[in-house]
Design a protein around this ligand. Sequence first.
Ligand SMILES: Nc1nc2c(ncn2[C@@H]2O[C@H](COP(=O)(O)OP(=O)(O)OP(=O)(O)O)[C@@H](O)[C@H]2O)c(=O)[nH]1
Ligand SMILES: [Mg+2]
Length: 407
Amino acid sequence: MADDDLSQQSMTGIVGAAEPKSEVKKVKKKKVLLMGKSGSGKSSMRSIIFSNYLARDTRRLDEDGEGDMALRAAGSSLTEVAHDSGATIDIDLSHVKFLGNLTLNLWDCGGQEAFMENYLSQQRMHVFSNVGVLIYVFDVESRDVDRDMATYISVISALIQYSPTAKVFVLVHKMDLILSAQRESIFEDRVKLVRQKTAECVASAGVGLPTLPSGEVDITAFATSIWDQSLYKAWASIIHDLVPNLALIETNIGHLGRLIEAEEIQLFERTSFLVVSNWCSPVGALNPFEDRYERMSNILKSFKSSLAKYSGTPRNAEQFRDFEYKSGTRFSLFITKFTTNTYILVALPPGEARYNAARLNVKIAAKQFEYLDSPAGTKDGAAAKDAGAKDIALGEPVAISASGNSS
Ligand SMILES: Nc1nc2c(ncn2[C@@H]2O[C@H](COP(=O)(O)OP(=O)(O)OP(=O)(O)O)[C@@H](O)[C@H]2O)c(=O)[nH]1
Ligand SMILES: [Mg+2]
């Protein structure tokens, strides 16, 4: 696209009026159950994704003592730190604010047998009602697969009884402990078994759980490990299904990408650095690295962790606002704070004018995206409104030329 064309483009209507504003701004709560056998890795993944822990920080005291010491040194408030074995006692509840309108109520359910029995009996209704998502974690190294399956099926039965519309994700975890040549077949066998047992359970109950058009129960399975980016891929997919307004956000990310001639845009959630939305131009789509989204999450979390270490700031502090990388004649890239709850990554073909125009346009777009990201009645929502978000649907023309002059 020529520079002139770009200058004539505007951010008009970048946020469409398709969805009523009251819908966009509604605060949505989702109860997410994190379940599985004790030691399968639930709290570890939660700490890595939502509390910026490094994988090595999750090692339990009963293994080598270093993990919990690291957590203590960092002033962690997680309950498992207070417990010598590191196991979660009963249920650890956390509320994670996600992209403004979404609050995840994360129920990290300690997996020791006595607790499991309790969830399935006395606390059955309390634990299993109003569940939006069940994430069931299997330890791939477990020696008692039959027992694990039996517990899983008890959980599925309770879910069918109290939350038949819940979406089920299955994580076959600790894959790093399996030889890489065997990973795929072990994962496939385990998932096949899970699907078969789930289908039997649903058939005997006669009702329940969302199904695919094929009639199969809709279970999404991932092979994960805290030691590589697979964890980010799984959680990005889980979150992707939950974020409200995502279709609208995605449409507008595409609009922005075309306007600034980007090759790729990735939108990260601020705390977890999960990629919640992305867009590629036809050229960007040729990028052979299909796992680049989860790789970027992983890299940025490590980067943030190093910044925290060297600047002495808390783990969950903002750490950085801007990052830019110009690779000569190959590409330019920047990552910048976008809205209250997001960071944006923009990859562009080389060229200073294009780069500068993109930076300015992203700044302008941020004000408009803020509307989708901040629920009504909050300070940020009000700020977004003041910044012009109210007129988004009407489309206030703002044009930036590729030479960086605003009109
Ligand atoms: N090798 C390997 N170890 C892991 C992985 N994920 C977690 N662990 C380790 O597994 C141990 C137990 O992890 P937790 O997260 O406390 O287990 P949990 O599922 O919360 O256990 P409960 O709270 O008792 O239900 C810790 O020492 C972790 O470091 C993984 O992907 N690979
Ligand atoms: Mg735990």
